[in-house]
Design a protein around this ligand. Structure first.
Ligand SMILES: Nc1ncnc2c1ncn2[C@@H]1O[C@H](COP(=O)(O)OP(=O)(O)OP(=O)(O)O)[C@@H](O)[C@H]1O
Ligand SMILES: [Mg+2]
Length: 334
């Protein structure tokens, strides 16, 4: 039986750009899927198709068992969406924004009021609740938008980069809210460029790039695909990078990654602590001074690099205004 979110062969072209190139997804009820990918991978386009904001050119999708292309209105009644760019009414206060959403969903007034109060607490907005949203910072808007998506506790939720631009404390708070939701049986698709976030929250991860799913599995399965441990060395002087690279190329089991700026070299290895001792000995023999050295398990970043050949890009909060402007254009150019 297909899951609460199901897609098969979704294709979407924008002129010459193939934003989705045959995306398949299947998210069992009550689980979290992390859709992971760099800028332009097709994350938002996937979310927009699944939430009925955009029609795919071909392929099939259903949410909560309902065909998104045939019955968009019914789908909308079963889902909550927090988009990549916060959508709040500037002139209403935070509290009024939330109550308004409750009323749009035909919640009784008292229930909407109570739920709004709870969410304002959970998202650390209680102090600012009665100020117009136009006085909110970027992170506060983001949180208000997320709270709005949670007013009616829909069975299926979509969150497009929910934590981009949140500070660590608020990111942590959102993680807790998400974990509570999922305990309550909600199915969630979240997109992220924060690999540790997918690792932390998602039962399953789909990595997409250029509109295609290039890998899927649990965080552990994806890590296993990238091989075992890594040795990471920071050399003291830049002119010692080449000598260190030679040593690691001999002792390692794969390509040596070098970051010139931080003087850090990384290589996959087999052999654990014994091998680490060999690396230290050989570096010493070559006269390479070490600032830091260690053995670590692959991160999802390593997985990403090994799958796509490039690092996941993280959009900086400062870029948000420009990105939001660009997205505004995108929204109208359906
Ligand atoms: N309305 C549109 N018109 C033209 N091209 C579009 C439109 N929407 C998306 N695209 C293009 O489709 C591709 C996928 O975009 P999408 O927004 O899905 O990426 P994303 O994975 O969400 O990226 P990001 O991490 O930057 O949010 C990009 O090349 C983008 O420029
Ligand atoms: Mg996006």
């Amino acid at each position: 039986m297909p899951g609460a979110i199901y897609a098969e062969g979704l294709v979407k072209n924008f002129g010459d750009v193939r934003a989705l190139d045959g995306v398949d997804l299947d998210v069992p009820e009550g689980t979290v899927l992390g859709l992971l990918g760099p800028n332009g991978a097709g994350k938002t386009t996937s979310v927009r198709v699944l939430t009925t904001l955009l029609q795919a050119d071909s392929g099939y999708a259903e949410v909560a068992g309902i065909d998104v292309a045939k019955h968009p209105n019914e789908v909308r009644r079963s889902i909550g969406l927090s988009g990549q760019f916060a959508a709040v009414d500037e002139y209403l206060t935070g509290r009024e924004n939330l109550q308004m959403v409750g009323q749009l969903y035909q919640m009784p007034k008292a229930a909407a009021k109570q739920r709004a109060g709870e969410l304002l607490e959970q998202f650390n907005l209680a102090d600012a609740a009665d100020r117009p949203a136009k006085t909110y910072s970027g992170g506060m808007r983001r949180r208000l938008d997320l709270a709005a998506a949670l007013i009616v506790k829909p069975p299926v939720m979509f969150m497009d980069e929910p934590t981009t631009g949140l500070d660590p404390r608020n990111r942590q708070a959102l993680w807790e809210v998400i974990q509570d939701l999922v305990k309550g049986g909600t199915t969630l698709l979240l997109t992220t460029q924060y690999l540790e976030e997918a690792d932390h929250l998602a039962h399953d991860i789909c990595v997409i790039d250029h509109g295609r799913v290039i890998a899927r599995g649990t965080a552990d399965q994806l890590k296993a695909q990238t091989g075992g441990e890594r040795v990471e060395v920071v050399v003291h002087q830049r002119d010692q990078i080449e000598s260190a690279r030679d040593v690691l190329a001999v002792l390692g089991k794969g390509e040596v990654a070098v970051d010139d700026h931080t003087r850090k070299l990384t290589v996959p290895v087999l052999g654990g602590a014994k091998l680490l001792a060999d690396v230290i000995r050989d570096l010493d023999e070559r006269g390479v001074e070490i600032d830091d050295i260690g053995l670590r398990r692959p991160t999802l970043d390593d997985v990403f690099i090994s799958l796509t050949g490039h690092e996941a890009e993280v959009s900086e909060p400062e870029d948000e205004a420009a990105a939001a402007a660009a997205a505004g254009k995108k929204e109208t150019a359906k």
